[in-house]
Ligand binder design. Structure first.
Ligand code: FAD
Length: 558
């Protein structure tokens, strides 16, 4: 783990570097030219310049040994600057992950030291033209090359699609099928038979190089098989999913905030109908406030998951999926709303929000699409529901009811309503065997995410009130402000879980007309509707906080 002071310094250096090397005008031009600023990327990952790569390399190989929390902080900051450049840096993180988790000590020493000391760029080659979400369908092969009955190397054939840094990396981790199953290989650029296509002409992250790879009888020595044992590739990829999904979650969060942080000052100055847009409730409460609440719900879940990964609780793949799902969907919504918030100006390149919107779009696609996240989340939590005979979420809800007694203002009692409703929806789905409908299964993934994030945000607000939040945690909001955000999001989550849950269970024939009233009561719909009381005044308060009017408001009412 990195010391707080070192992390703060690194984040400041990153901001200073970006101010000098990636000002808005430069980014707009790079985006228009569809160009990856290779020199900037090399300087960001270079030992003599910014040295960002050192953050995630273990100390024994010359890095700082940053944990999941550190990497989240850096990823959010990078995304606030430019998601394309951030993706280039991320590709080295991702490309070296199979090595970090699965390589032999000798392989780690060679490759992680080279990343730390030379700043070599990596790419992560998993996806293929016919194998995207379903990586198990990969067709690339690695054929053993033997000498005197001993495996001395492999001959790799195949094609890889959409590889970040594909055209600029110095080394690649490539997933290919050996006779014993999928395995990672390290392939250096320039290896005979290994080539890449022209960069893809993309919708967004145009400052990131994305290219297809082609491998035609590419020979590598046996010591390029990561871990030295065939067939470990999918396990090695799985082992870091929680962690890597957190990075992309942080991208969604950072990009979403980058857009809102342009919309907020814009609307404070833009006069329409005789007063600034920021003073119009119909504007702030649609375009700004709910997006802040959703992003901060995503942040709460990211921070909690990062802390748990750093505490050694395992790879937390499902939690990583929830964090990614919530933060990237929220980032997309926030960026879209920011275009609307700037009106016609938002629709032009100059004001940047349309670029952020195009850029952030990738975050719900790469490192697992939102639909795959929904499926992962739902399948995992479905098992919890079955194993506890339906009590898993009721039990969680009771913990939030207890929290409410100590912290009555953090929305814990409303988060509890969301969790109770979720348990009821899942139980009805079990009784009606509704998860045989894939759509119901995936919608449950969404509802789980909302309910768990509501709980997480309430807990974060309570911890902040107690002064027990992680010392590296984002401190944009104080305890009173975060409590208001938690109340706003908990209301949205409870309503969504109960009403969408009712809708889909009914749609799939899981509740008869005669049972409907009892089901509605079990969902707590009445209580959830009553909990919406006070929402407008919380939103008013949050708008005042965001526009720097909160102190004045308190003073006036005192
Ligand atoms: C700019 C960019 C950079 C990338 N960088 C990398 C990289 O560095 N390394 C790498 O290995 N890959 C990379 N990728 C690939 C990325 O991870 C894949 O695009 C992604 O996993 C989705 O795979 P796919 O494109 O084949 O879509 P598909 O898997 O074909 O999915 C298409 C649609 O169908 C949905 N879908 C798929 N399966 C199901 C199902 N079972 N049930 C319901 N819906 C389903 C998906 O959610 C999606 O909406 C990158 C992609 C892009 C665009």
């Amino acid at each position: 783990m990195i010391a707080k002071k070192t992390l703060k310094l690194s984040l400041k250096s990153l901001r200073d570097f970006a101010k000098k090397r990636l000002p808005d005008q430069e980014l707009i031009e790079l985006d228009a030219r569809d160009e990856c600023p290779l020199e900037v990327v090399r300087d960001m990952c270079g030992p003599k310049k910014l040295g960002l790569q050192l953050l995630f390399i273990p100390e024994e190989f010359g890095g700082f040994g940053g944990g999941a929390f550190d990497v989240y902080c850096v990823c959010e900051e990078m995304a606030r600057i430019d998601l394309g450049v951030a993706t280039s840096v991320l590709a080295t993180f991702l490309g070296s992950d199979p090595i970090t988790v699965g390589a032999t000590p000798e392989q780690k020493k060679v490759w992680l030291t080279r990343i730390a000391e030379e700043g070599i760029l990596f790419a992560y080659g998993a996806t293929e033209p016919e194998a995207g979400s379903d990586l198990g369908a990969l067709l690339s092969t690695a054929e053993r090359v033997t000498q005197d009955g001993r495996v001395v190397g492999y001959k790799i054939n195949g094609a890889k699609q959409w590889i970040s840094n594909g055209g600029i990396a110095d080394a690649y981790t490539v997933l290919a099928n050996t006779p014993s199953g999928p395995s990672w290989f390290i392939v250096e650029k320039g290896t005979p038979g290994f080539s890449h296509d022209e960069p893809e002409d993309k919708h967004g992250i145009r400052t990131s190089n994305t290219a297809a790879l082609s491998l035609s009888d590419v020979y590598v020595d046996a010591d390029r098989l990561v871990g030295g044992v065939e067939g470990q590739g999918l396990n090695q990829a799985q082992a870091v999913f929680g962690y890597t999904r957190l990075m992309v979650a942080a991208f969604g969060l950072g990009a979403g905030w980058a857009a809102l942080d342009r919309a907020i000052p814009y609307s404070a100055k833009r006069i329409q109908g005789g007063s600034p847009l920021s003073q119009k409730q119909g504007y702030t409460h649609k375009l700004i406030v709910p997006n802040v609440a959703r992003l901060e719900a995503g942040r709460a879940y990211i921070e909690e998951t990062a802390e748990r990964i750093d505490a050694g609780e395992g790879s937390l793949n499902t939690e990583g999926a929830i964090a990614k799902y919530m933060a990237t969907e929220a980032g997309n919504l926030a960026a879209d709303a920011s275009i609307q918030a700037l009106g016609g100006y938002g629709y032009t390149h100059e004001y940047m929000v349309e670029k952020v919107k195009r850029d952030v779009r990738i975050t719900t696609i790469y490192e697992g699409t939102s639909e795959i996240m929904e499926m992962t989340i739902s399948r995992d939590r479905w098992q919890f529901h079955l194993k506890t005979r339906g009590q898993h979420y009721h039990e969680q809800a009771r913990q939030f009811e207890t929290m409410h007694a100590r912290h009555p203002s953090v929305g814990a009692e409303v988060a509890a309503l969301a969790l109770h409703a979720l348990a009821e929806v899942m139980e009805k789905a079990r009784l009606g065997r509704l998860t045989r409908y894939q759509h119901i299964l995936l919608r449950l993934g969404e509802l789980v995410s909302y309910a768990e994030c509501a709980g997480s945000l309430s807990r974060r607000a309570a911890l902040l009130a107690e002064g027990r939040l992680n010392e590296k945690a984002n401190q944009r909001f104080d305890a009173t402000e975060l409590a208001a955000i938690a109340r706003i999001f908990a209301r949205e989550a409870a309503l969504k879980v109960a009403e969408d849950g009712l809708r889909w269970v009914t749609a799939a024939g899981g509740v008869s007309a005669a049972e409907m009233a009892d089901f509605e009561a079990a969902l707590g719909l009445g209580a959830i509707h009553r909990a919406q009381a006070g929402l407008i005044s919380d939103m008013d308060y949050l708008a005042d906080v965001l526009y720097g009017r909160a102190a004045k408001r308190v003073a006036l009412s005192a």
